[in-house]
Design a protein around this ligand. Sequence first.
Ligand SMILES: [Zn+2]
Ligand SMILES: [Zn+2]
Ligand SMILES: [Zn+2]
Ligand SMILES: [Zn+2]
Ligand SMILES: [Zn+2]
Length: 288
Amino acid sequence: MGYDIERFVGYVNEGLLCCICRDVLEDPLQAPCEHAFCTACIHGWLVHHSNCPEDRQVLDMSVLRPLYRYMKNDLNRLQLHCKNSEHGCEMVCSLESIDRHERECEYGQISCSNAGCPVQIERRNLDGHLTVCEYRSRECPNGCGYTILRVEDAQHNCVAELRTELELLRSEMICRVEEAKHEMESRLDSQRRHMVQKESLLQNEIEELKSQMSRMMSDVRSLMAAERQHRQELEQADLEKRELMELLKGLQKDCRLNNTEGNKKSANFRPLTRLESVKRKPREVTVI
Ligand SMILES: [Zn+2]
Ligand SMILES: [Zn+2]
Ligand SMILES: [Zn+2]
Ligand SMILES: [Zn+2]
Ligand SMILES: [Zn+2]
């Protein structure tokens, strides 16, 4: 929409004025007929027209071009006052750098940075406003730890605030306890299942050991019986041996008698019959 020509210092070439708003060109575009316009101005014009507003030559958006470089340079070098000059800003700078200055101008109007505050204020006065802004937040003076906005002062109730917080904490705590309980129960359950499994395993092992033991006991019993039998057989053999020894001694005695007394054949038969009788005697075997 062009820069107000009143803001400029010194003479401004007429070629640098917009043919539509008659102010100094802002974001200029040039038609083939060499007439120049602000971008916003010519776009607005071409919505309802299809010619140059200056000489009525046919014109449309597609043939608009940037301004000639030398004109652009002339435009950029123009000196003008800050738009906040009526509020006290005395800055005069080139058109090229005016935007940068105005973005940071101390006299520019800005909104208070506290959320919800409707105050519009010059940038240089913001710090002063922030210290008294109704929307600034601060800690509760009673020490409850709550951050309150000035406008909430009247409604703030430490006890109610703390109670709400307490309720929140309590429900959170209950939740956590429930979770812990659940986890513990499931862990106990799995442990219990594990124990039951182990118990049945152990039971099986015990049964196995018991049957092994009873097998061993019967082995031991039969071994003991066999040993007893052996001992009896040994005793029997011992007895036979002793009888045989006695027989042998008797025979020797008979032999000596025969040698001294002469030939008595009948005497030879007695010990032999005794020996036969011993051999034929059935063995007494006791098995337990
Ligand atoms: Zn214009
Ligand atoms: Zn023209
Ligand atoms: Zn300024
Ligand atoms: Zn404020
Ligand atoms: Zn409080």
